[in-house]
Design a protein around this ligand. Structure first.
Ligand code: ADP
Ligand code: MG
Length: 328
């Protein structure tokens, strides 16, 4: 199978197809899709294009032997999460794929995983690039926001409250499990496996936050590092109550875990600096009724004058090193 047969077989779909699973409500935005030198796309009137790219490398961002279906879904999800953080609606994506060989079983599953997840987010594959080499997947997503309404990192104001969209720490716990650095029992293994490969990008929440949030970021590097990006861009500081940070039920339910005396401190690190959670961290004026938007949203602190992130535990300031925060 040559490169062009591969693209045709696995990465080209007829967007005019009658099959419901292959149609989105904006097929007419694609004037030219896969097959020409470039895609030609109609940006919705009075909207701005919002673009982001992410690369996942086998053995670095996911274990080398991972299932192709799951890898495709994770690659797409982590990438589209950046659109959620900006309050953008997904429209199109391109795929740059580097493959060690043309394993048809692998390609079949990868392609299925990719189209299944892209359909869930109403996002259309419009082009890409295919090369040979160590397995790596780059996905560039394109979305749209009404002009001037993108949520940025730089709008947080003194007096705003700080929120997260859901539990933290699962992504890092999952990675530790996949790397065999910790041992969980079977039920927890299953839970963390699915949290790693199917992180939910918070697109719907992002759209609602356009009217409300003053700043937002998706938590990919780790909660403290990502909130610090908001503080730096907004020229403010954040005061966080560590005890208010939400974490998954599996953290509390210690019976789930194979006994490991250091798990308590590991969890603190995973929650604060683990990353890979793809929750949104955002700020909003104190009078905004943010918690009504979604039952998982938690208020965890406030924006104050100064710089950086300050943590308190039961009202007392704590040094980040005491919380197990690792800078690198
Ligand atoms: P060019 O040489 O002009 O860059 P290519 O031969 O690389 O074009 O690609 C041919 C067509 O197939 C282009 O429309 C390109 O966007 C598309 N394409 C290539 N690889 C992929 C892929 N992995 N997924 C989707 N479309 C792809
Ligand atoms: Mg060309």
């Amino acid at each position: 199978m040559n490169e062009f047969e591969l693209i045709k077989r696995y990465f080209t779909r007829d967007v005019e197809s009658d099959d419901d699973s292959e149609s989105t409500d904006h097929n007419d935005t694609v004037a030219i899709g896969v097959g020409d030198d470039c895609a030609v796309l109609n940006v919705p009137v009075d909207h701005q294009l919002v673009v982001s790219i992410d690369t996942l490398i086998a053995g670095v961002h996911f274990p080398k032997q991972s299932e192709a279906y799951a890898v495709a879904q994770r690659a797409f999800s982590v990438c589209v999460s950046d659109l959620a953080a900006m309050g953008a609606e997904p429209l199109w994506f391109t795929l740059a794929l580097t493959l060690p060989n043309t394993n048809e079983t692998w390609l079949e599953k990868f392609s299925m995983g990719l189209f299944d997840i892209a359909d869930e987010y109403n996002c259309i594959l419009v082009g890409g690039n295919t090369t040979r080499g160590p397995l790596s997947i780059s996905i560039q997503v394109h979305g749209a926001v009404p002009s001037g309404q993108a949520i940025t990192r730089s709008g947080a104001k003194v007096g705003d409250l700080v929120y997260v969209s859901g539990p933290l720490g699962d992504g890092a716990a999952a990675l530790a499990m996949l790397d065999k650095r910790v041992k969980f029992n079977d039920e927890a293994n299953e839970y963390f496996y699915s949290r790693f490969f199917w992180p939910e990008a918070k697109i719907d929440l992002g759209l609602k936050l356009r009217e409300i949030a003053t700043s937002a970021i998706d938590i990919s590097d780790g909660f403290l590092a990502d909130l610090n990006h908001i503080c730096t861009a907004s020229k403010v500081a954040a005061e966080i109550c560590v005890e208010k940070l939400p974490h998954s039920q599996h953290r509390i339910d210690q019976a789930m875990f194979v006994k490991d005396d250091s798990l308590g401190i590991k969890w603190q690190q995973w929650i604060l600096s683990g990353g890979d959670d793809y929750q949104l961290c955002f700020t909003a004026p104190a009078e905004a009724n943010v918690e009504a938007l979604d039952q998982h949203i938690r208020c965890i602190g406030k924006i104050v004058e100064g710089q950086g992130v300050l943590c308190t535990l039961d009202g007392k300031e704590v040094a980040l090193s005491r919380l197990g925060y690792q800078h690198f």
